[in-house]
Design a protein around this ligand. Sequence first.
Ligand code: ATP
Ligand code: MG
Length: 429
Amino acid sequence: MAYQIPRGTQDLLPEKSYQWQALERTLREFCYLYNYDEIRTPVFEHTNVFKRENDSSDMVNKEMYTFQLENSKTSLTIRPEGTAGVVRSFVENKMYANPDLPVKLYYMGPMARHERPQKGRLRIFNQFGIECLGNKSPFTDVETIVLAFSILKALGLNDLKVCLNTLGDDASRAAYRQALQTYFEPYVDTLCSDCKRRYAQNPLRILDCKVDHDKECMKNVPKMKDYLNDESREYFETVCHLLDELEIPYAVDDQLVRGLDYYTHTVFEIVSMNQEMGAQSTVLAGGRYDHLIPYFGGPEQMSGIGWALGMERLLIALEAEGITLEEKPGLDAYLMCLDESARMYAFKILTQLRAYGYRCDMDMLQRSFKAQFKAVDRSHAKFALIIGEDERKNHLITIKNIEKKTQESISQDQLIEYLDHYFVDEDHH
Ligand code: ATP
Ligand code: MG
């Protein structure tokens, strides 16, 4: 029987790993700059961490990998997103008592959702996300958007669109919800089966439907902005004003409601406008949540805001714009061992080079001179160190500069100095 990877999952193969590491490095550097600390929460949580009362989102209702082991009453769910686990941990570890609020956290790692696999849509995918917990200020909202935008810009993306909306506070949303129910009432029968459920449970979700999106009845839907109370409107206006001040380009999108239920006030997405992205063009998404911290047992009124980016989708967007972050770097040196009697001598040199910080490798297959030389080529090494019986006897090394095609014989004691001169003094790294 052949073994195959499950549908909708991927191996990260070694040739791509440098690209991922470069991405992860940039993300960490930006978090360091913005004073965000890393948090790692478990890959599965108790199901009720994700499945909250009255949640109407597809993710919670249809896409979760939930399991229960035999002889166990505990229902566990592999995390479909990062925020819920981070907020659970924030409350459980009483981070809300920190004298310096907000607590600024970032995470990255795999998430699982049972979706129909397609380009940019996987069943196991990786998210990088931030959460800023414990205060509520338009400045904080904007800080998180600036961080998101700066990261994507620094990675080299150009075809970006920042979409912004507000869902207002509870009173505004209740008024809007009522207006949507009144508006959609005559159309309920024409909506998809999910939207029929959404109509009763959370009509805002209808605006996010990918099936009903282009239907006639979607054209004149009431707009959230007409139902905002003064406080909510002012909050959103300040967010927009601050973005203007910082010259962050954005577009207000009345229909943006986001795929998760817990959002209040500011919500946003960053979309890649590149043609090749197809339907899966949202790279990053997030928003403010007023109720999640109290829901998990934290202080009433304590708010948070966060976003997450899909790392696979981000790499697709980079590729679409012709950007490669990093490829596998060449070796500093490759050791060719031409005689078995010299292997121990060569092996010691290899170990010494590594101790001095040189990235190197050595033939372990007793291959011919020609075959070993091809390996040097493939390794993109700067130097080939040729070691045979003569070299061993006389404590020498034949060193060949691949680019310059020059070759000389040096004593073993000179090797590190020789390489330091090339790499450190002349800065060939
Ligand atoms: P979509 O509308 O594409 O289903 P979503 O609203 O479910 O997205 P979020 O839960 O906000 O997405 O997740 C944030 C980001 O994570 C998305 O913008 C996307 O980049 C990425 N993402 C979400 N689901 C998947 C998936 N199944 N495969 C790959 N990336 C995903
Ligand atoms: Mg989704």
